[in-house]
Every structure is written in structure tokens, then in C-alpha cells.
Design a protein around this ligand. Structure first.
Ligand code: ATR
Length: 256
């Protein structure tokens, strides 16, 4: 049996073990997916090598720290500044970022749009990379404007202050802040800022329907849930681990 797992602190909430173990059954792979819950990533990486683990999903707060334990890092992950997937092969550890691919997939039909990206943290960096890859015209708004400026300069986007939203007139709004994540029930925007012509994507997926998504539906907007991005980032991880393209419908059925 080869081991894989999610490394985080905490990571008890992760849906990955259930998802991956079901996929191993489905594809008859002699693997087991577990949780490596530890306060530091160094010892987890050491143990993963000792037990010849096949790979790791890396989550909060290790997506940056893990980078110093890798032999090679994919170009997109380097630009985003975060690794969420580690593949062990031939005694080497390879780092990837599948978060941006998960964000890109459900937004691909909106390439070239005018987008407002709310937030400037780790999730926002992956989102900025995805939106740039889709040739969008992006303005990053953040509560702390200096962080919006830093991310905008690093990714070639524009930036502004939170209050600038009403002057932006976007086709697409992506929430990459943590506002709305359980137990917070807030929304990053006022209801009157949502117009029916907008597509609203919330990268928060606990709960699946956030206050922002509920308000956007009420306003007649097209909405994209954060769970969609999880589906596609997991699909990409499975491809990196095993070279198998799992249909997104299979992943959705398991998560339902
Ligand atoms: P993550 O890995 O989820 O991106 P992060 O790097 O801590 O986490 O970033 C959290 C983001 O949510 C930041 O953009 C943060 O804004 P600041 O840079 O001003 O801190 C944003 N955020 C969190 N709580 C917020 C709140 N109550 N109002 C506005 N923005 C908030």
C-alpha cells in the first residue's frame, strides 16, 4: 500500500480523505489517503519520504513553508508563491499548485472579462494567476490597500481601495477574502452593489452557499460556488499523482 495524505494544521475539516479513498476504490489502486496533522511541515515531509509516500496535498498554513523542502517547483506555483500538491518520484519531491487550475476551469468561458478580485492573500494570488491566464482585465481590491498593491505589482494587475468597487463596473466578481467562511456569515459586498449582469464567484466553500452567493442569486447574477473550484483542483491533483483523468461528474457524485 502506498500512502498519500493532506498536510495541514488543522486539517480535520478536509474533504480530501473521503474523496481520494473512494477514487482509489473506484480505480482499484492499492493506496490509502490519510491526514498528516502536525504543527510543522518539516517533520511531515521527513515522514512522507520515510514511508515512500506517493504524494501530499498541502493546506493552511504550510503552502509557503513547504516550498523549502522541495527539489523542484512548477513555474505557476513559483509565481503564485504557494504549493498545494507534492509528488514524490524517483527520490525527489516535486511541488505544484492546483488551486489556480481549480479556479480557472469554472471561469474559462469568461476569458477576456473585466474582473474585480476581492482580497490579496494566498487564495487571491492563485486567483490572480488564473484570471491573468484567462486574459482578464483585473483590478484587485483589498481592505489593506498595500497588500493589494503588492499582489497587483507581482501579477501585472491593477489595484484599488475597497471603496473603489462602485467605479469598476465588472463582468465578474471573485471573492478571495475569507469573509463569509464559517462561522463568519458576512458578505464582502452590500446587496445593492450586485447587478444582474455580473457573474459572482465565491472561493469560500464552507458553507457551500455563502451570504454573498445568496445575495447574488437574489439580485439575478450568475453564480459560481467555491465547491466547483475544489472539484477541479482535486481532479488536477489526481492527474498529477496517478496520470488518470477523473471525470468531474465522478468527483461531484462522491462529494454529494
Ligand atoms: P487566504 O489564504 O485565505 O488567502 P489570507 O492570506 O490571510 O488567507 O488572506 C485573507 C484575505 O481576506 C485578505 O485579503 C484579508 O484582507 P487584509 O489583507 O486586509 O487582511 C481578507 N479579509 C479577511 N477578513 C476580512 C474582513 N473582515 N474584511 C475585509 N477583508 C478581510
Amino acid at each position: 500500500t502506498r500512502f498519500l495524505g493532506v498536510a495541514g494544521w488543522p486539517c480535520g475539516h478536509s474533504k480530501s480523505p473521503v474523496l481520494f479513498n473512494r477514487l482509489f476504490e473506484h480505480y482499484r489502486l492499492n493506496c490509502h489517503y490519510t491526514r498528516f496533522e502536525a504543527p510543522e511541515i518539516g517533520p511531515v515531509m521527513e515522514m512522507a519520504r520515510l514511508i515512500s509516500a506517493k504524494g501530499l496535498s498541502v493546506t493552511i498554513p504550510f503552502k509557503q513553508d513547504v516550498m523549502s523542502y522541495l527539489d523542484e517547483i512548477d513555474e505557476a506555483a513559483q509565481k503564485i508563491g504557494a504549493v498545494n500538491t507534492v509528488v514524490f518520484a524517483c527520490g525527489r519531491a516535486y511541488g505544484w499548485n492546483t488551486d489556480w487550475i481549480g479556479i480557472r476551469k469554472p471561469l474559462a468561458h469568461l476569458s477576456g472579462s473585466r474582473a474585480v478580485l476581492l482580497g490579496a492573500g494566498g487564495v487571491a494570488a492563485a486567483a490572480a494567476y488564473a484570471l491573468r491566464d484567462l486574459d482578464m482585465e483585473i483590478i484587485i481590491l483589498n481592505r489593506t490597500p498595500e497588500k493589494a498593491r503588492a499582489l497587483a505589482e507581482r501579477t501585472g494587475c491593477r489595484f484599488g481601495a475597497w471603496d473603489d468597487f462602485d467605479r469598476t463596473n465588472p463582468d465578474l466578481v471573485v471573492n478571495a477574502t475569507s469573509i463569509g467562511m464559517q462561522p463568519d456569515t458576512g458578505s464582502p459586498l452590500r446587496d445593492d452593489q450586485l447587478k444582474k449582469e455580473m457573474t459572482v464567484c465565491d472561493l469560500v466553500y464552507t458553507p457551500p452557499v455563502t451570504s454573498l452567493i445568496a445575495a447574488a442569486r437574489k439580485a439575478g447574477c450568475t453564480t459560481i460556488l467555491g465547491t466547483e473550484t475544489f472539484v477541479y483542483q482535486a481532479q488536477e491533483q489526481f492527474r498529477l499523482f496517478f496520470g488518470i483523468d477523473v471525470p468531474d461528474t465522478t468527483i461531484r457524485e462522491i462529494l454529494a
